[in-house]
Design a binder for this molecule. Structure first.
Ligand code: NAP
Length: 282
């Protein structure tokens, strides 16, 4: 039996165990996925010891450790290094290599829903690990990105980092949350890359619903609940919506392939998460 972990804090909201264990079962692989709450301050110790154990094949890294975990790994793939955050770790005989599958997954889900992203103007709320990964991929595709974050300095740092990427073709601005109304005036796509609205705090939302309207695609990376307050208010305002479920399945599918070497059964993963979340209610 080989183990894969989810390392984060908190981890109770996560559906990663649901999708990964459904996939292991579907393909009859002798793997098990377990949630491991690891507090900030304990991350280095956990990675140095438990993640290197022989029967541990790897891990997903989630909030709030995606950026911090990079410092404790032996090696990063070029993409994760450029993004500055990891969501997947593979244990190769005690050597830990970090990957990032979040950004590709978000782009795949966004592309399916929006179509051609060239020329689009995007607003990202958040400047943490998920925002870094999505921003990195978006910056080589769309026309404009506004990064809006509670801590403005972090938004500015991310905007600078993205602009330095030689493949960046977008013009990138940064602001605090107060800059959201202005940023939304020109936006085609709004992406929530904060935990606001996630279970159990389902009454929260990162955006005043009055700022939303037709012509906007609202992508909430939060997937639990499937229909967040942000997505409900977006629908009411006439915006198109995309929940974080497809991103969850696609990032998990890439992680699964990195651990097992075989293609993930995405249909089984999607069915498992939809069953567990009960069709999107709260
Ligand atoms: P992170 O690195 O800890 O970053 C969290 C971000 O949210 C930061 O920008 C933080 O702002 C902001 N934030 C946190 N609490 C806030 C609050 N109360 N008000 C305003 N802003 C707040 O976390 P992460 O790894 O990027 O994950 C963020 C979220 O993305 C997760 O909760 C998850 O729902 C979602 N996600 C989904 C998928 C998927 O597959 N669907 C994958 C990855 C992530 P400061 O900089 O000011 O602290």
């Amino acid at each position: 039996m080989r183990l894969c972990y989810l390392i984060g804090y908190p981890v109770g909201h996560s559906m990663s165990a649901v999708i990964q264990n459904a996939a292991f079962k579907e393909l009859e692989l002798d793997y098990r996925y377990e949630l491991r709450p690891v507090r900030p301050g304990e991350l280095g110790g956990f990675i140095r010891t438990q993640l290197r154990e022989k029967n541990v094949r790897g891990a997903n890294i989630t909030i709030p450790h995606k950026v911090g975990a990079t410092a404790f790994l032996d090696e990063l793939e070029a993409l994760a290094s450029a993004i500055g955050a990891v969501n997947t770790v593979v244990n190769e005989g005690g050597r830990l290599k970090g990957y990032n599958t979040d950004g590709r997954a978000a782009m795949r889900a966004l592309g399916e829903e929006y179509g051609d992203l060239g020329g689009a103007r995007a607003v990202i709320i958040g400047a943490g690990g998920a925002a870094r990964a999505i921003g990195y991929h978006l910056s080589s595709t769309v026309e404009e990105i506004a990064i809006v974050n509670r801590t403005p300095a972090r938004a500015e740092r991310l905007a600078e980092d993205l602009s330095k990427n030689p493949e960046c073709r977008a013009s990138i601005r940064a602001a605090g949350l107060g800059g959201l109304p202005d940023a939304l005036v020109r936006a085609d796509i709004l992406i929530n890359a904060t935990p606001l609205g996630m279970s159990p705090e389902t009454r929260e939302t990162p955006v005043d619903g009055g700022l939303l309207g037709p012509g906007l695609l609202v992508f909430d990376t939060v997937y639990n609940p499937m229909r967040t307050r942000l997505l409900r208010e977006a629908e009411e305002a006439g915006s198109r919506t995309l929940s974080g479920v497809r991103m969850l399945v696609y990032q998990g599918s890439d992680s699964f392939r990195l651990w097992t070497g075989v293609e993930a059964p995405e249909g089984a993963m999607l069915r498992a998460v939809e069953r567990a979340l009960g069709g999107g209610g709260e």
